[in-house]
Design a protein around this ligand. Structure first.
Ligand SMILES: Cc1cc2nc3c(=O)[nH]c(=O)nc-3n(C[C@H](O)[C@H](O)[C@H](O)COP(=O)(O)O)c2cc1C
Length: 185
């Protein structure tokens, strides 16, 4: 699929088909958002001063071959690190101001960040830089979803404290968005 077609097909999707995601699809989505593509560790999305504050989590509900749980994406090595077992999609749907449709997505990508990485270099501008970077990563993810025949939505309306509890985010990590992904209905 051409980039132009993926751009035209990207539309926020809030209902999903029953088919699970495959591990390959989940991996491809994460790679599109934060995969390493450069010899110096440069990634698919731009980053202020290459400080790379973003931390992505895969919340797997129905992903073939994967137990339901929360996994951290490790761009180096393109791998996943288990963080917590169990299905937290319903808890995250409640945390997202009761957007119940979120729990029906086979997988959610949570975009978090360690702003201190960027603030160490850019001070007060870091909040804006981290938000810009999250937007770039989210758009990569949504375009990749479109190119795979999948769909999703950038969800920003979240109760950060509730999401932090469900995901056991580290103190230094800030929640930015949740991107539910699944098959089109
Ligand atoms: C920062 C941001 C936050 C958003 N938060 C939500 C949200 O919490 N729930 C939701 O259903 N859509 C959310 N959206 C998606 C918008 O509603 C959607 O992009 C808009 O209606 C345009 O439709 P389109 O994405 O299909 O082109 C958000 C979009 C952005 C950019």
């Amino acid at each position: 699929m051409s980039l132009e077609t993926a751009l035209a097909k990207r539309r926020s999707q809030r209902g999903f088909g029953v088919a699970p995601l495959t591990v390959a699809e989940a991996g491809q989505l994460l790679w599109a958002a934060q995969g390493i593509t450069g010899r110096q560790g440069e990634r698919n999305a731009p980053s202020a001063g290459a400080t790379y504050p973003l931390v992505l989590y895969l919340v797997a509900g129905r992903v073939e071959g994967m137990s339901a749980g929360v996994y951290r994406y490790l761009p180096q090595g393109h791998s996943l690190q288990g963080v917590a077992a169990g299905d937290v999609r319903a808890a995250l749907a409640i945390a997202a101001r009761g957007q119940r449709w979120i729990a029906d997505a086979p997988a959610l990508v949570v975009i978090a960040a360690q702003p201190a990485r960027t603030a160490a270099r850019y001070g007060a501008r870091a909040d804006a830089y981290v938000a810009m970077e999250a937007g770039a990563a989210a758009q990569n993810l949504l375009l990749q979803a479109a190119a795979l025949g999948l769909g999703g939505t950038l969800v920003g309306a979240v109760d950060e404290a509730a999401v932090r509890r469900s995901l056991a985010l580290a103190e230094a990590e800030q929640l930015l968005a949740i991107v539910p992904i699944g098959h089109r209905r």
